[in-house]
Design a protein around this ligand. Structure first.
Ligand code: ZN
Ligand code: ZN
Ligand code: FE
Length: 757
């Protein structure tokens, strides 16, 4: 019996070798028909024996190509046969709504690596080698379906050899849209600081040589331009810091292999796997002391961020190079990463000595992703290249399309439809015009790619966030749009639920720097009973003034003084602690008058500020050079046996007082207890606080599931202590994996809450 079946496959099925895979399989089963891309995914028509079609379909579902991700399959069986002469791959059709998922950029595969270094291959040492399993995707896509004409590769006309590979279903470059070779593809350009071409036969070898001699070279990669220098060369790294106006914040590095990285860091098998995965993120690793990395690469922190080469350019650069290289975003301080040649030459002109660029355009900039292994599992710290725009599948369905505008710092936005939330790549801190432009253009691009027309716009309650202002502006332009304000920490908890494909009520623990509270105060040490719809605040750190507002964030010593004053009054000025002895009394008196008059002293319940205060009172750091630096350094020194000496006071109204902890820390410091133990004790106290409140909530509400979210949980020690204690007490603990716990994950939570309202 002969029948025809029509199958529509949805998910990440374009640009990942899906059609040739189907083609080969159909040939194997002797089925006739056709396969093509449409705007929603892949459409397959086959005719033959129904049992054979069944086996064919099972093979597709059970072992799809490595980077494919099937979300849904629709099929219509028992159609009348049309007598296809053979099985073939048809041209893409662009009818219908774009609904397909777009593949993220994929690190170079091992087949391409072999060819790259095979002298007999026609792409021997060709820096833009790629195939159906690897290469640029999201960063070069201008529209869908994913066809060469809809990518920046349309600038290059395929040569005959490439075209025959591209058209040959049994070739591993069959419909590899970015296919290229030395005869027809992109080329490297080596330029000097003033943008003049440097004539040379091997630009990569030249760039390598320049780096070895101490130069800073701007190198264009997949999603943008890196600034690179020798990470063992103190003068080069310090020079880079000065020119980039980046004080203190760690630089990421790239090294040739896992073995090479192992010279500088401890690497677990899970970490090695994360380093080598196709997304190729920066992985935070514990550093080995005294391994020779220049001090200025990552001052004052326990970890180093490393990634492996992920483009052919990187692999060629590291040929014979046994040095780790700094690979930091090509930008000035907090601006977005450069991705266009002209722009790089302009904006990096006071930083880079040389430029290793190329003429393949990047359409969408994507920063490197950052991840770490926490308690044996991957935890995303910045989700961008290699992950975006892979949708996050949710346990529920979005009734209407939602655009969530995210937070101010580490912004991402999110557009959701059906069971998918399209979380954007990392946009950055919305504090300058450049980043804001990147935000608005990013939204337009994603809307266009997936043909999304949001009906609901979710935003943070903070009136001054630029993302909030953007949402309000949208609503003014289109009064059919519904606006939903979502409290910052409710969004954090909702994000954690969605990250885990969970729903329903949880005990939500949100700890971070600052987020606008529903009472107009700045929250950040919050306990809720929450679901997507609402969040009931059951406990929080007591409010404390932040004299000078944002200045108190930059100067943790202010928080230490305020906490000490709160705990022991003006007596604290007599303490024989280095912090107190070196305190600027005049400024302190000035701050006191500000507080008495309630002038520019917003009140906060932030856990981040409490970490700052403890770090400052231990004299670790009075003012910071980058976000959360004091807290990171407090975590870095923690060591030794943890004794539960410190205890928060929880009042019956759920207000948590930190003063007893502050007093105990002071006593221990006066007694000469080593700082590493004091730090460890403080972390343990916070973990214990979380456990106590969770137990109260379990007793009172019968809930046994705890969701941990907010930037403070990027503190590995607190994360481990809290998850361990909660698990030991029998709680089910939800933590972040696919989406960052910090404000980079907020937009997903906003979308989920807006949908539930
Ligand atoms: Zn490949
Ligand atoms: Zn070619
Ligand atoms: Fe936050």
């Amino acid at each position: 019996m002969l029948t025809r079946t029509l199958i529509k496959v949805r998910g990440i099925v374009q640009g990942v070798g899906f059609r040739p895979f189907v083609y080969t399989l159909a040939r194997k089963y002797n089925l006739r028909g056709r396969v093509s891309n449409d705007t929603a995914g892949v459409v397959i028509e086959v005719e033959g024996d129904p049992c054979v079609i069944e086996r064919f379909l099972a093979s597709i579902l059970h072992s799809p190509p490595p980077f494919a991700h099937i979300d849904a399959v629709e099929r219509r069986d028992n159609l009348l046969p049309v007598n296809f002469p053979d099985f073939r791959i048809d041209a893409s059709t662009s009818t219908g709504l774009p609904q397909t998922s777009i593949s993220p950029d994929i690190a170079m595969c091992s087949d391409c690596l072999n060819e790259l270094f095979d002298p007999s291959d026609r792409r021997y040492r060709y820096p833009f080698i790629n195939c159906t399993n690897c290469g640029p995707r999201f960063s070069i896509i201008e529209g869908i379906p994913f066809d060469r004409a809809q990518t920046t590769m349309r600038d290059f006309e395929m040569c005959r050899a490439c075209r025959s590979e591209y058209e040959n279903p049994s070739d591993r470059r069959f419909h590899a849209e970015p296919i290229a070779c030395p005869d027809c593809g992109p080329e490297l350009l080596l330029l000097d600081a003033r943008g003049r071409a440097i004539p040379c036969s091997d630009p990569i070898a030249e760039a390598r040589e320049l780096i070895c001699r101490g130069a800073i070279v701007a190198i264009k990669g997949l999603g943008g331009v890196h600034l690179s220098c020798n990470a063992l060369d103190a003068a080069a790294v310090e020079g880079l810091r000065q020119r980039k106006f980046r004080e203190g914040k760690p630089f990421a590095m790239m090294a040739k292999s896992v073995n090479e990285i192992a010279k500088y860091c401890y690497i677990s098998p899970a970490e090695a796997e994360l380093l080598s995965c196709s997304a190729s993120p920066i992985v935070l690793l514990d550093r080995k002391p005294g391994a020779g990395i220049a001090q200025a690469v990552a001052p004052g922190v326990r970890t180093l961020g490393f990634m492996l080469p992920y483009t052919p350019v990187h692999h060629l650069l590291f040929e014979g190079l046994d040095l780790p290289l700094v690979m930091t975003s090509g930008n000035v301080s907090d601006e977005p990463i450069c991705y266009e040649n002209e722009d790089a030459l302009e904006r990096l002109r006071d930083i880079a000595d040389y430029y290793l660029l190329n003429n393949r355009r990047i359409h969408m900039r994507t920063d490197d992703s950052v991840a770490a292994v926490r308690s044996g599992k991957t935890s995303s710290l910045r989700r961008s290249r290699g992950y975006a725009p892979m949708p996050i599948r949710t346990a529920f369905s979005f009734e209407r399309q939602v655009l969530a505008c995210g937070a101010e710092l580490k912004n991402t936005f999110c557009i959701a439809r059906g069971e998918y939330a399209y979380l954007s790549h990392h946009i950055g801190d919305l504090e300058n015009v450049e980043t804001l432009r990147s935000f608005t253009e990013g939204i337009e691009h994603i809307k266009r790619l997936f043909d999304l027309r949001p009906e609901v716009v979710a935003f943070d309650l903070h009136p001054e966030y630029l993302s909030t202002k953007y949402a309000r502006k949208l609503a003014l332009q289109d009064n059919a749009l519904e606006l939903v304000g979502v409290q910052h920490h409710h969004a954090h908890i909702a994000s954690c639920l969605a990250d885990n494909e969970a729903e329903g009520e949880v005990i939500g623990v949100a700890m971070d720097g600052l987020g606008f509270g529903s009472d107009g105060k700045l929250w950040g040490g919050e306990f809720f009973v929450a679901d997507f719809r609402c969040a009931e605040r059951i406990a929080h750190l007591d409010y404390i003034p932040m004299p000078g507002g944002a200045q108190a964030v930059r100067e943790p010593w202010r928080m230490a003084a305020v906490y000490l004053h709160r705990a022991m009054g003006s007596e604290f000025l007599n303490l024989q602690l280095p912090f107190v002895e070196s305190l600027d009394r005049k400024t302190w008196q000035y701050l006191r008058r500000m507080m008495d008059a309630s002038l520019n002293c917003p009140e906060t319940s932030s856990m981040g500020r409490l970490f700052d205060a403890v770090a400052a009172l231990m004299n670790l750091r009075g003012s910071i050079l980058y976000e959360a630096q004091a807290a990171i350094e407090l975590e870095t020194i923690a060591e030794g046996r943890i004794t539960d000496g410190y205890e928060f006071e929880i009042n019956c109204d759920g207000v948590i007082r930190a003063e007893p902890v502050i007093c105990a820390v002071v006593d221990d410091l006066l007694d000469g207890r080593p700082a590493p133990e004091v730090s460890a004790g403080f972390h343990a106290a916070v973990a214990e606080l979380i456990l106590r409140i969770a137990i109260d909530a379990r007793d009172g509400r019968g809930l046994n599931r705890v969701a941990l979210s907010g930037g403070v949980f990027q503190n590995a020690l607190l994360f481990e202590l809290a998850t361990l204690r909660l698990a030991e007490a029998g709680f089910e603990v939800l933590t972040h994996h696919r989406v960052p716990a910090n404000d980079g994950g907020i937009s997903l939570g906003q979308a989920a809450v807006a949908n539930a309202r």
